[in-house]
Structures are given as C-alpha cells and as structure tokens.
Design a protein around this ligand. Sequence first.
Ligand code: TRP
Ligand code: ZN
Length: 881
Amino acid sequence: MSARPEHAPAPTRLRDYRPPAWRVERVELEFDLGIDATEVAARLHLRRDEAQDAPLQLDGEGLDLLAIALDGRALDAGEYRHDDRSLEVDGARDGSVLETRVRLKPAANTALEGLYLSGSREAGFLLTQCEAEGFRHITFFPDRPDVLARYTVTLRADRARFPVLLAGGNPDGAGELADGRHWARFVDPHPKPSYLFALVAGRLEKLERGYTTADGRAVKLVMWSEANVIDCCHYALDALERAMRWDEQAYGRNYDLEVFHVVATHDFNMGAMENKGLNIFNAKYLLADPDSTTDDEYRAVEAVVAHEYFHNWSGNRVTCRDWFQLSLKEGFTVFREQSFSADMNSAPLKRIEDVALLRRAQFTEDAGPLAHPVRPAEYREINNFYTATVYEKGAELVRMLAGRLGAEGFRRGADRYFARNDGRAATLEDFLAALGEANDIDLAPYLAWYGQAGTPRLKACGEYDATRREYALTLSQHTLATPGQPLKQPLPIPVKLALFDHGGRMLPLHLDDQPPAPERVVVLAAAEQRFVFRDVDAPPVPSLLRGFSAPVILECDYAPDELALLLTHDADGFNRWEAGQQLAARAYDALRDGGDDAAPAAWCAALAALFARDGLDPALLAGLLTPPGELELADRQAEADPARIHALRQALQRRLAEHIGADALHARYRALAAPAGLDLGAAGQAARRLKRRVLELLALVDAGQAFALAAAQYDHATGMTDRLAALAVLVHHQAPQAAAALAHFRARYDDNALALDKWFAVQAQVPGEPALARVRALEADPKFTLKNPNRARALLGSWASGNPSGFHRADGAGYALYAERLAELDALNPQIAARLATAFNGWNRLEPVRREAARQAMAQLAARPALSRNLGEILGNMLKA
Ligand code: TRP
Ligand code: ZN
C-alpha cells in the first residue's frame, strides 16, 4: 500500500544519472527584498553540452514569472513553456544569456525552504535555505549539485528595516539608493552548486574577530544574531576558531574567502547549513550561555560549528555529483567532526556517545521499514534521506576506511581526494579511489558497504585447545533482509581485538608471521573465517570490535563473568563500556524472562565495585551506570510492549541502586555536589554527569530523599545542566516538588525560546500513562506553536521519539493525536512533518494491539488528500512493512 499511488511521482534513480545538458558558468542575481514580496532578477550565462540534444529546462517552483528574455530579447509566450515545476525555453545556444524576473512571497513561506521570514513581521529577518532543492523556490535554475557556477549577488532593500545585507562570497561594494533604500554586492570566486547559495537581510547584531589562516590569509569571522542574544555567540566564535586551526593541522585545509559569516535563527528545519561563506544555524546549535545551556548542548554547539566549517572543504570545494552521493559530504564531515570533538574533549567518551547515537537512531532505522543503504538507489523526496544512515553510518564507513589505512595513510588519501576533486562534483567512487590509490590499496570491496542496507550481525565463536595451546576464533557474518533487498552479500569487516587472561591481563597475540602485539585488526572478508592464535596458555576472554571498529551487531556467547571481567579490566574505554552494555542487556533479558540470575548479579556486583573505586573518570562511570535505552532494548524482543520495557528497565536500575546502596549513593552525591559548580571544563562536566546519574539512581531506592536533594539542587543550581537534571528527576517521578519547579522555570525563562523548549521537552518525557494528558495541556499553552520547528520538536518529538512508554499507549490515543498533528504540520512544513512521522518507525515490531492501532493511525493519515510528497513517501514506506 502506498500513500497516494495515483499521484506519486516516479522515483529518482541513481542508475538514471546523466550529466547536465546545460550548465551555468556564471550567474548574476539581483534581489529587491521585501517581507511580503521580493523580486529576483537572474542572468544565467549558459553552456551547452554539445553531445546532448536536450532543450533548455530549468527547475522552478512556486515562482511568479514577471519577465523573461534570451540574449537580450524578451520572449513571446510561444517561445517558452512553464508549469508549476519547471520552465522550458526554446532557442538557447551555447553561450546564451537567459534573463528572468520572478516574484516571491517570503512571509507566506511556512515550509522554511527557499526565501523566508524568521521571527515576526516587525522585528524578524529574511533568510534562505537551499539544500537540497530550495534554490528552485528562489529563481529558475538547473537546481542540481553538479552544476557549478560563479555567483554575483546584489541585494537591495529599505535601510531602516534591513540594515544588514549579507550573501555568500566576498563583499564587492555597497551604497545608498533613493527612498531610504541601500544596496550591497557579493562576489563568490569559487564555483558552487545552487544548494550553497544564501542571503540574509534584516536587523542583526554582530560579534567579530580577525583570524589569520595557516597559509597567511586574513579572514574576518563574524557571528550574527538578534540583538538580545548577541552575547551568547562568544562560545561559538571560540569554537569556530578552534575548528579552523584543527582543520589546518589535521587535514591541511585552509579557509578561502575574506569573510566567514555565521547567522543564528530560531526558525530552521535542521541543525545548521554550510552555505559558502555564510553558514546559517539553528539558534539551538549556536547560542550558548551558562544560565540556559547544558553541558551536552555546549558540546553540540562546538560540534555543529565545526561540522559546518569542515564542509567548506568536504562538501563545498568538493561537492556531490548528485544527491545519491550525499554521504560523500555528510558521512565524511561527521567523521571529521567526531575526530575534532574527540580531540577537544574526552576521546573514549565521544566514541561512546557516537556509538550510542548510532545504535539508537541508525540501527533502529536499519532494522525497520525505512531501512536504506548509505547510498540509496532511489528516492522520491530527497529531504527524507538526510538520515542517521547517511550521516552516522556514513561516518562509520569513513572511520573504517581510515582505520584500514592508518592515520598517515588516511591523511595522504584525503590530500589526494581534495587535490584531485577540488572544484568538482564527485562520487563515492572518487573518494575510495583517491584513498586507495594514495596508499596502493584496493578499497573497492568497501563500496559494497555503501550499497547494502541493514546492520550486519557478526558472530564470534571461540574454541580453546589445551593440548595445542591454541585459541581459534571463528568469525561469521550475516545480514537480515531489508525492504527491496532480500539477499545480502558478505562485507569486509575489520575486527580490532585483544585477548585477556582470567586475571584481566592482556595477552600477546601470536597470529600469522607478524610480531606478537597486544592488539590486532583482523578483517573478516567472507561469510566465515577462522583465526588461530598460538601460544595461549589458558582459555582467554576475547575483547572484540574494540573501539567499535565496524558498525555491526556483535553476537558472542560470553558468560556473564567474562563480560564482568572486561567491564572491570578492559583498557579500551569504549569496550569496557560496551561489555557493561552487553551485560546489562543480558541482565534485562533475565529479568524479563525470569531466567537465571547470573547476569543481573554480575552486572550489579561489577558496577558496585567500580562505583566504590577511586580514580575512574566520573563521566565514564556515569556511562557505565546507564543501561541501554528503551528503544535499543525494544529490539531484543519480537513483540515490544513499551510500557513493560520501561518497567523492566526501571526494575533493572533499581536493582543496581539497591546493590550500591542508598547510603553510598547519597555519600557520592554529597561529594560531587560541591565541586560541580560552573566549570565548563571536562572535570566539571564529568562531575555533573555523574551527579545526575547518582541522583536518578537514588530516586529509585529513596525517593523522598532524592526529591529533597533534587529540589535543593534546582533552587541552588548555578547552571542549566544541574537545574535541568534536577527538574527532570522531579517531573519524571511526579514528585510533589515538581509543580513549583516547573512554574519557576517557566516564569524565569519565559522570553528564552531555547530554554522554554526544554521546559516543554522535559514534561513531554514524563513516562507512561500521564504523558498524553500532559502533551494535550501543553499544546494549549500560548507559547506552543506548530510553526516553529524547535517548539514542535520539543513537545511532539520529545514525546513520540523520546518517550516510548508515554507515546505507545495500548489504547492508541497517542497515535491518533500524533497523526492529527502531523496532518496539520504537513500543511505548514512538509519537511518537519515527514521527519516527525519517523517516530512510527518500529511500529511493525510492537505487540499486536499497539501494532494495529499504529497501523490504523498511519493508514488514515496516508489516505488524507493533498499530503506532501515528503510525508507521503515516509508513510508509504512505513506501511509497506
Ligand atoms: N547540509 C546540512 C548539514 O548537515 C544539513 C541540511 C540539509 C539542512 N538540508 C537542510 C539544514 C535543510 C537545514 C535545512 O550540515
Ligand atoms: Zn553536514
């Protein structure tokens, strides 16, 4: 069943790619900006591919065409054809100049794609968002990433209403016009695809700093925001400078324009956008101040600032041939961002966070009806493919390649890739070829990873032979079918491993003829392979997939005490956490099935011992004390009942808390309370993280005391991390002190949109039965609106995607309400509606009552008239399951 089979447009397919028949060498754009009406004049200098005999066809949607001329002559009605998606023009030749003039209505644009208004009519500003296909909402153009043009952009507007005029590229003059208007011109010397075009116009304040690149270029770095929050841009400006230095050192990449502008907006569909020379950010990932920003958010700001900056090379200087190659820029850039964040913060913790995100978002995507390869074979709406698979799994694939080549080899390969593809629109094959050729290694086998959906299951089986003193490790792989891909092929899987003896010491690995080493990488290149280690004196405990060396699900029959041994002794911080996660999952299974108590006992005992020990990084300890999330646990059973999963996970944590003991928890809380002030450094963040975890555990064994501590923590908190942690404990346990804290928070942050989002989100995450009524009440709050994506996500997204037991009700009332809101949202902003609809992912693995209720809600929604292509595609794919 599909959403609207009769109207569904044909999908775009990778195998149908053809180079453009017409290119644009140079484009001159002139904007007469206004909130209700903006006019755009474009002059396109065209080049024709003589090998193709195609008419000149340009993309354009929702444009009011006012004038059209070819080579200086206005065209008659019969010389062009124009519908609501495209424009076809007769008589164009190689070297022709096409001129068009169109009118747009920015204030009426609620989809936040193309040119739109952020904020109010009185105080707001105009901005653009063009990736992936927004430029066609601004002017007629071959809106595809393999058409690289040089842009000259002139902006004209009323000076009082729009004192700041910005576009990508270098400034090239500005001046006054009649009637209080002014103008500014920008020239971008670097050819770029249309999705990297941007402009911003309005009343904005700036924060500015000079920067000199490693190759000696003076650059002005400028952060822009609305006046009341300009002081919240300091942290991002510092982060930008760190990112620029890092890219110079780690990849030899320098910035390449005279100015680098970054603008914050509260109205944005995604996190941020890497427009050439004019990055635009969701305020959530740019603004930061201690009073309203949590530690996690500070790190997110640093990461996203770096991510967008890194795109200047991985995305802008080298762009994508077509949108199937999206991971070429996103996977690589996420990898670069992860490496940067690891260098700026704690590397093992960063790895743990990244893998936790991969599992929560990508493994679940790969296991459900929306599963698709990192390089999809087809799509209907490209905006639906900015997914965890393209981003996060894509980054894991680059990490795997980097691991295969080693640090120096990877750098050599990256240098080759940038040099060879600079100014080009490239493919994933180009990327693998450059990395491989710079190292004389054939990386072609890794291409299979890009085309195959689904998470491989890696099975490991160890056998010890005492007489031969040999340990044989048999590795095998298999991947379950995904939609449209019933058969899977084996992939190259690098497995980094070590062996431990039962005293927790690492053994030297005698494998092939290489000198023995404590750690090795073996590559499983077939369905099954055996690796035999020599000179092993006793049955060892293998530490496998260290650092998460490949994005797979490891299946290994560890005994609980073996996992406990790794949890206690593994020197690889990631694998130590991983052993704890595996053990916790086994403990969860045991609680669920009423089985053998060995796993829960081993998990609690090992953690209690680590808890009592000094010297462990408090942030790592906090991670160790956290079992896998409810979404991950849901994947451990064929038919998920989210209410039961929540209850079991709570029971598991209660058992841990009891084992550690209320007194020990309380003592640790007291010890952490003092030093965890406002220090933003790693130590302060780590202390706050552990303090939160301890408080949450304490709430499970001594609620009264925990609530009192939480209320006091809320009252005396000096920063948002402690304040929000305390509020969450009170709200999620429905503590008597919750109402007062919520009221206080609301009053205090009434004018702070980002803080208020947290107020909505924390309540939407109250577990179980009460969530629905809470969401209903919050929807009626005057500060709630579906028009602002952050606010809609804070309430509806936090509930449907972040609160399984609160959303997945047996009576289906959650699904019905959610479907209703998705329909309303779809009429305003299809991208956001489609993204929020992915909360239904996993519906087909719910227990039968909820499954049927979810299916009905989706089917009714899918049957509505006039659904967007975005939402239609998601629902259609979902219902095929
Ligand atoms: N390229 C952006 C990034 O990952 C993301 C992006 C794609 C985006 N489409 C968007 C951002 C639409 C905002 C709106 O860095
Ligand atoms: Zn990106």
